[in-house]
Design a protein around this ligand. Structure first.
Ligand SMILES: Cc1cc2nc3c(=O)[nH]c(=O)nc-3n(C[C@H](O)[C@H](O)[C@H](O)COP(=O)(O)OP(=O)(O)OC[C@H]3O[C@@H](n4cnc5c(N)ncnc54)[C@H](O)[C@@H]3O)c2cc1C
Length: 456
C-alpha cells in the first residue's frame, strides 16, 4: 500500500524522486533496529539518500515543516536509536556506500557513511593496512552508525573505540547547512572538538555524510590464548593479572550459559564444563611472548585448561566463538541484551550481582563481554509471550543497571543510550550535565527534529 503523497511527502518526492519510499511494505524494514523491546512508530516516508544533496534536501523540508528525522545506517543498533517515530521521515544512509579514497601515506580512508565496517576493513587490508574498530556487527553495521554510536568491539582494550579512529567528519545540520570538522593534519587543537561531539551523538545533532577514518599498519604477528576457569571470578582475577604483564588487544569473557549456547550452535567443542572462558589476543612483534605471559597469569589464577595458538587463522576461528555469542543466546528465546561497563576491579561484584538477580527473578542470563574494558553484556533470555516472564526480565534489567551505577559504572559501554537507556542517563551523568547536553542539542538543532527523545 502506498501512503498518499501530499504535503511534505509530495515535496520530498518532487525533489528526490525514487529515493523516497512511501510504500508501507518496504517502509516496514526501516522502522526498527535490533533492540526488539524498544518502541517504534510509523514513518510518513523513508528517504534512501544516494547523495549528500538528498540529505540536505530532506533536512530542509523536515526543518521547514517541523518533521522528526530518524537517521538510519544498517539498523543493527541495540538501543532503539534508529527506531522510527510516528510521523517521522526515516533518512537511510545505507546507499551512501562509497569508499572515496584510501591514502596509504597519511594512513586514512575517506568514506561515505553507509560503507559497511567489514567492507572498509577488507578494502584497506588489500593494501596492508588495518581498520581497527571491530564491533561484533562488523559484517553488517555501517561506519556512519559506528560513529553515531561510538561503537566499541573487541580490540578496544588496546586500541580504543570508533571515536579514537576518526580524523574528520562532514555532516549536515538540521537546517541543511553542511559542516566539516577536524583537519587533514595528524595534530589539530583548533577550537572546540566538534568531531568528538558528533561521535556518539546518535543522530541527534547532525547527519554524518562523510568521514575520514585513521588506519594502522597490520600487526605482523598475533597470538591467541584460550583459558577455561571454574567460575567467572577466577577469570576476572586473571584479567587483572594479565594487565600487569601484557598489553593484549582483546580479552573477551564468556560465562557458562554463553559457552553452552555457542557450543549448541557451532559444535565448536568449547569446554562445556568450564564456568567461564577467556579469549585473549596479543599482537605486534612481541605477540607470542605476551601471550605466554598472559597464559602464565591465567595459570596463576587457577585456569583449568589453557591453549595458546600463534596461527592467525586459528585465532580468528576461536574469536568466532565469541562473535556469535548473542546469536547463540537468541536461539534460546527472546533476549534483552544489556551493555554495562564497570571499573575492571569491580567486575567480580557486577558478575555476582548478575547471578543473584538471575536467581531472584528465575531468569536465564548469559553474560559475555569485553573483560579488559569492564564491559559486560548480560543477556536475559526469556519467553516474550509470557507476560510474567517479560515483567521479570524488565525488573532484572533495571536491577542490573542500578547495581552497575552503584558500582561507579556506566549505563552503556558501547551500544549507546538510544531509547532503551534514556531513563538512566540523568542518574548517571547528573542533572546539570544533562541540561548542558540538551542546550548543546538546541544549538545544533533548534527545532528538535533530529531523533527527538533519543540519547539525551
Ligand atoms: C550481532 C550484533 C553484534 C553487535 N556487536 C557490537 C559490538 O561489539 N560493539 C558495539 O558497539 N555495538 C555492537 N552492536 C550494535 C550495533 O551494531 C552498533 O551500535 C552499530 O554501530 C550500529 O550501526 P548501524 O549502521 O547499524 O546503525 P543504526 O542502528 O542504523 O543506527 C544507530 C544510531 O546511529 C544513528 N546514525 C546512523 N547513521 C547515522 C549517520 N550517518 N549520521 C548520524 N547518525 C546516524 C541512528 O540514528 C541511531 O541513533 C552489535 C549489534 C549486533 C546486532
Amino acid at each position: 500500500m502506498t501512503v498518499v503523497t501530499t504535503g511534505p511527502v509530495a515535496a520530498l518526492v518532487a525533489a528526490l524522486g525514487d529515493a523516497v519510499v512511501t510504500d508501507s511494505a518496504t517502509m516496514i524494514a526501516y522502522t526498527r533496529d535490533q533492540s526488539l523491546l524498544s518502541p517504534s512508530g510509523h514513518p510518513i516516508a523513508v528517504v534512501r539518500a544516494r547523495t549528500t544533496d538528498h540529505v540536505v534536501t530532506t533536512l530542509k523540508v523536515a526543518h521547514r515543516q517541523g518533521i522528526p528525522v530518524v537517521t538510519r545506517g544498517a539498523g543493527t543498533g541495540l538501543a532503539g536509536g534508529a527506531n522510527a517515530i510516528d510521523g517521522c521521515i526515516v533518512l537511510s544512509t545505507e546507499k551512501l556506500d562509497r569508499i572515496l579514497a584510501i591514502d596509504e601515506q597519511s594512513r586514512t580512508a575517506t568514506v561515505e557513511p553507509g560503507v559497511v565496517n567489514g567492507d572498509l576493513a577488507a578494502a584497506v587490508a588489500e593494501r596492508g593496512l588495518w581498520y581497527v574498530p571491530d564491533p561484533g556487527s562488523r559484517d553488517i553495521s555501517t561506519i556512519g552508525g559506528n560513529l553515531a554510536t561510538n561503537a566499541g568491539g573487541a580490540c578496544c582494550a588496546k586500541y580504543g573505540v570508533t571515536g579514537d579512529h576518526v580524523a574528520r567528519i562532514t555532516a549536515v545540520l538540521a537546517d541543511g547547512r553542511i559542516i566539516h570538522t577536524g583537519a587533514a593534519t595528524r595534530k589539530n587543537v583548533a577550537g572546540f572538538d566538534l568531531t568528538r561531539l558528533l561521535v556518539g551523538s546518535e543522530g541527534t545533532l547532525a547527519v554524518i555524510v562523510e568521514a575520514t577514518m585513521r588506519l594502522r599498519r597490520t600487526p605482523a604477528h598475533t597470538a591467541t590464548v584460550v583459558a577455561a576457569f571454574s567460575d567467572a571470578v577466577h577469570a576476572v582475577d586473571a584479567v587483572m593479572d594479565i594487565q600487569a604483564v601484557a598489553d593484549p588487544s582483546l580479552v573477551e569473557l564468556m560465562d557458562q550459559t554463553t559457552i553452552a549456547a555457542v557450543n549448541d550452535m557451532t559444535h565448536m567443542g568449547l569446554d562445556n564444563t568450564a564456568g567461564a572462558l577467556l579469549l585473549i589476543q596479543c599482537d605486534g612483534d612481541a605477540a607470542e611472548a605476551e601471550a605466554e605471559r598472559s597464559a602464565d597469569a591465567c595459570r596463576a589464577a587457577a585456569a583449568t585448561e589453557l591453549y595458546v595458538s600463534t596461527d592467525p587463522a586459528e585465532g580468528d576461528a576461536l574469536m568466532q566463538a565469541r562473535r556469535v555469542a548473542l546469536t547463540a543466546l537468541e536461539r534460546r528465546g527472546s533476549t534483552l541484551l544489556d551493555d554495562l561497563a564497570v571499573p575492571v576491579p569491580r567486575l567480580p561484584q557486577m558478575l555476582d550481582a548478575i547471578t543473584r538477580i538471575a536467581d531472584r527473578h528465575r531468569m536465564l542470563i548469559g553474560t559475555f563481554g569485553h573483560a579488559a574494558d569492564g564491559n559486560l553484556h548480560p543477556t536475559i533470555v526469556f519467553d516474550a509471550a509470557d507476560p510474567d516472564a517479560a515483567d521479570r526480565a524488565h525488573q532484572a534489567f533495571d536491577e542490573m543497571v542500578t547495581r552497575c551505577l552503584a558500582l561507579g559504572g556506566s549505563i552503556t559501554g558501547e551500544h549507546g543510550v538510544g531509547e532503551l537507556k534514556r531513563r538512566y542517563l540523568e542518574p548517571m551523568v547528573g542533572s546539570v550535565e544533562r541540561s548542558l547536553m540538551t542546550e548543546i542539542k538546541a544549538v545544533f538543532d533548534p527545532t528538535a527534529i533530529l531523533n527527538p527523545g533519543r540519547a539525551i
